[in-house]
Design a protein around this ligand. Structure first.
Ligand code: RIB
Length: 309
């Protein structure tokens, strides 16, 4: 099973022609829509649709957004008994602007997500055949605690370091796969004194420093992965982009599902890139996540990962 320790938000999505500049007001090109989101929940949905039994652990507020977030996951077949309810803080909420090119800007009010604690993940599920998937929208201390406990029990551990944040040195050995986008990779690199700007060099150095696999997603250019066997590149599907929101989350969820199913990391990379591409063809971060059969049907459109270094 996949245990996702992470965030649940309600996303308020505003379609715009262009993003507003500071001090500017712009009108939407159509009505706003409100959808379930949050990096953790998005990854849980993507993993479940990709065929993995999935558990969500996190915290929502005692409010309509919280009930909606939990019900949405439950209705899709995700186990939600590990989700707590905050007495004091509201459910996380993200304001997302999507421009005519399908690019987005996101502002997150994390609220109750910051109250999720490591001890909500019971020891019983931290067993070696399980995969633990995390991001950085909950309190970092609790996220790194979950990773440390999971690694100690022999689980496969994945950190999607998004939004970018500091990863303490002592947490590095507890991460088997570190997944970031290009912007997060640059921020991470700067934080540990890596001067390179080429994603290949950054992935190599971060992988060496952490003794783990480092995957950098590159939007329309696919992704780079560095591990002890070398540096690998995977392309991206050529699709008509409607909304890229959550594409990185879909990538992480599908990657985790493939690893859980015993696939190699290169096959997982291939499946994740295909699925992330497919998810850009519809609005919203979760509704667009493809089913396993969709991913299977489109795999042949993308060449498998190639060794480039
Ligand atoms: O990655 C996309 C997600 O980021 C959105 O669903 C939003 O809630 C924020 O967490």
């Amino acid at each position: 099973m996949i245990i996702v320790f992470g965030s649940m938000n309600v996303d308020l999505i505003t379609p715009v022609k262009d993003f507003p500049h500071p001090g500017e007001t712009v009108l939407c090109t159509s009505d706003y829509v409100s959808r379930s989101g949050g990096k953790g929940a998005n990854q849980a949905v993507a993993a479940m649709r990709a065929g993995a039994k999935t558990v969500m652990v996190g915290k929502v507020g005692d409010d309509a957004f919280g009930r909606r977030s939990v019900n949405n996951l439950k209705n899709q077949g995700i186990w939600t008994t590990g989700i707590g309810i905050s007495d004091t803080r509201p459910t996380g909420c993200a304001t997302i602007a999507v421009n005519a090119q399908g690019e987005n800007t996101i502002v997150v009010a994390p609220g109750a997500n910051l109250e999720a604690t490591s001890d909500q993940v019971p020891d019983e599920v931290l067993v070696s055949k399980n995969v633990v998937l995390t991001q950085l929208e909950c309190a970092p201390k609790e996220t790194f605690s979950v990773l440390a406990r999971a690694e100690a029990k022999g689980c496969v551990t994945i950190l999607n370091a998004s939004p970018a944040g500091h990863i303490p040195k002592e947490a590095l050995p507890n991460i088997d796969y570190l997944i970031v986008n290009e912007i997060e990779a640059l921020q991470l690199a700067r934080g540990v004194g890596i001067e390179d700007t080429d994603p290949r060099a950054i992935a190599r150095k971060i992988s060496d420093a952490g003794q783990h696999s480092c995957i950098i997603t590159l939007a329309a250019k696919g992704a780079i992965a560095a591990n002890k066997n070398g540096v690998f590149s995977i392309g991206a599907l050529d699709v008509e982009v409607v909304d890229t929101t959550g594409a990185g989350d879909t990538f992480c969820g599908i990657f985790a599902a493939a690893i859980l199913a015993g696939q190699s990391s290169l096959i997982a990379l291939h499946r994740a890139s295909v699925g992330a591409g497919l998810s850009c063809m519809a609005l919203g971060a979760q509704d667009s996540a493809p089913a396993k059969d969709d991913i299977d049907a489109h795999l042949s459109r993308l060449q498998q990962a190639q060794k480039i270094g």
